[in-house]
Design a protein around this ligand. Structure first.
Ligand code: ADQ
Length: 497
């Protein structure tokens, strides 16, 4: 198959691998981290499609590369300025905090916006190059919100889906964005727009009714986009009329994990880990990118106060794995230093020589190691202030088929909608986090049947709603939208599978 002949194209900020150069200058590809990659890799492999994205190294222009699973990886080059202004700037210091309910204050800079437009154009051009006539294109996430609109103009033959992996904020917050009309128009270039939750989709529909999509409007909120229908999960039932008159479907598609590929740890590996940790009575676990949205510091403080109050078994260990993330951005640096300060303080106060009460790793770990941690953990702590979904919660549920363990979960993680059986807490309320941890620890000892029933239900939920269902329902909706708009019965996304 040639480079310009792909019937199914995924475009995301990152390729599912990173390119590194060995000492002799030869390129080497290594798997890249993150929820999006975890979610999409199995889907693309089964589609034999093309993935357009940045290879993870500034100014590198590697040749397109075909994986063993016959997925064509088509790199987009980012310069140092692109990385600074498009990625660290507009994507992660403007949109990320804005869409996560202003946990830190978003910065609005015209140069960053200019870079965002230019880089979105670059990605759209790459897609236009690799996509066959009439292909299906699936655009991923907040870094590429203008791509659907640009592609619609360049290549009206394409069927375009867009999925947002992070929350979509309330209209009042979104309307702070100086370039709100342009972003809305960009998104409305798609045939369907998918979110994790019905609430996200409703926010978008309300906004679409408020913010004009008409070209060139920069003042006020003049024209109203017509919206219709109620949002329901895993299907398109609501529509908005785009400025060019097309009907755009809007729906909720909660993402999940590839349950079949979750590694099953050897029982011996779990025993060895428990032993290495000093055979504790209780193991708490946190696994996150080191991001201020994830609430790592709050969770450490809750743990510290529980230790201070003697509320946990004497031999308790908290294992916190934090993947390095966006390390040049000031708020991330500050979050890291506060987290590490808290780890030092808690160990200084409550640890004994050779027996820290917090084990902290600031690095990525292999999936098999992660699986051992999940299996060994008595209580998983997932306490983000805001999270689109949170795959870690689902990975933990998948790792406990017998119903062992317990999940403490923020009510502001998308996963809370699917896991009402978790020990839910408000992560802004330290007492609430403490209560949930304490209740989970107490139930494991005194009400094990109740704890087991909760975990078993969550395990079943993940098994029955895995990443394949997510991708399938999105692509089926996209194919239906295409068929409806062309009046044809062809199903492009299904054909591509
Ligand atoms: P993320 O913010 O990256 O994803 P999450 O959904 O939890 O958050 O996914 C993280 C992934 O990275 C998980 O698969 C986890 O196993 C892996 N991971 C984390 N730390 C690791 C470590 N130290 N070593 C190895 N692997 C590690 C974004 C959104 C989420 C949304 C996903 C998918 O912010 O809300 O759920 O996309 O849509």
């Amino acid at each position: 198959m040639g480079e310009s002949n792909n019937n199914f194209v995924v475009v995301a900020n990152r390729l599912p691998v990173d390119m590194q150069r060995a000492e002799d200058g030869s390129p080497r590809w290594v798997p890249s981290p993150g929820g999006l990659v975890s979610a999409l890799s199995p889907v693309l492999e089964s589609h034999e499609g093309c993935w357009v994205g940045w290879p993870g190294v500034i100014d590198e222009s590697p040749e397109p590369f075909r994986t063993e699973a016959d997925v064509l990886l088509y790199p987009v080059t980012l310069s140092a300025e692109d990385y600074r202004d498009f990625y660290e700037g507009f994507s992660n210091a403007t949109l990320w905090p804005l869409y996560h309910d202003l946990i830190v204050t978003p910065e609005f800079h015209r140069e960053w916006w200019a870079a965002y437009r230019e880089v979105n154009l670059k990605f759209a051009q790459a897609v236009a190059h690799v996509a066959a006539e009439g292909a299906t294109v699936w655009v991923q996430d907040y870094q590429l919100q203008l791509v659907p609109g640009i592609l619609r103009q360049m290549r009206p033959d394409l069927t375009i889906g867009f999925f947002l992996h992070i929350p979509f904020p309330s209209p009042d917050l979104f309307r702070q964005l100086p370039w709100r009309e342009e972003v809305m128009r960009g998104l409305l270039g798609a045939d369907i727009i998918g979110f994790h939750l019905e609430d996200n989709a409703r926010n978008f529909l309300t906004l679409a009714a408020q913010v004009s999509g008409s070209a060139g409007t920069h003042t006020g909120l003049p024209d109203t986009l017509r919206t219709s229908g109620e949002v329901s999960t895993r299907a398109i039932t609501a529509h908005v009329t785009a400025p060019d008159g097309r009907e755009v479907g809007v729906g909720a598609f909660p993402i999940s994990i590839d349950v079949a590929s979750v590694p099953r740890p050897e029982p011996q590996a779990v025993t060895t880990l428990r032993h290495d940790l000093g055979d504790p009575d209780l193991i708490l676990l946190g696994v996150d990118r080191l991001d201020y949205t994830k609430g790592i510091l709050q969770r450490l403080r809750a743990y510290e106060e529980l230790l201070a109050g003697g509320a946990l078994p004497p031999k308790t260990v908290f294992l916190q794995i934090a993947t390095p993330s966006r390390e040049r951005i000031e708020h991330y640096r500050r979050t890291r230093s506060r987290v590490e300060e808290a780890v030092g303080r808690i160990n200084g106060q409550y640890g004994t020589p050779g027996r820290p009460v917090v084990e902290y790793l600031h690095r990525s770990v292999p999936k098999s190691t992660l699986a051992t941690y999940y299996a060994a953990a008595d209580i998983m702590l997932v306490t983000p202030f805001k999270d689109g979904m949170n795959l870690v919660a689902k990975e933990y549920a998948a790792a406990h088929p017998s119903g062992s363990g317990a999940l403490v979960l923020s009510e502001f993680a998308g996963a809370a909608e699917e896991f009402p059986e978790a020990y839910l807490c408000n992560p802004f309320d330290l007492e609430a986090i403490k209560r949930s941890i304490h209740r989970a620890a107490t139930d494991l000892r005194t009400a094990p049947d109740d704890a087991r029933a909760r975990m078993t239900t969550m395990h079943r939920q993940v098994q029955e709603h895995d990443v394949n269902l997510w991708a399938q329902s999105f692509l089926d909706s996209l194919a239906e939208a295409h068929a409806a708009s062309t009046g044809s019965s062809s199903r492009p996304a299904s054909e591509a599978r």
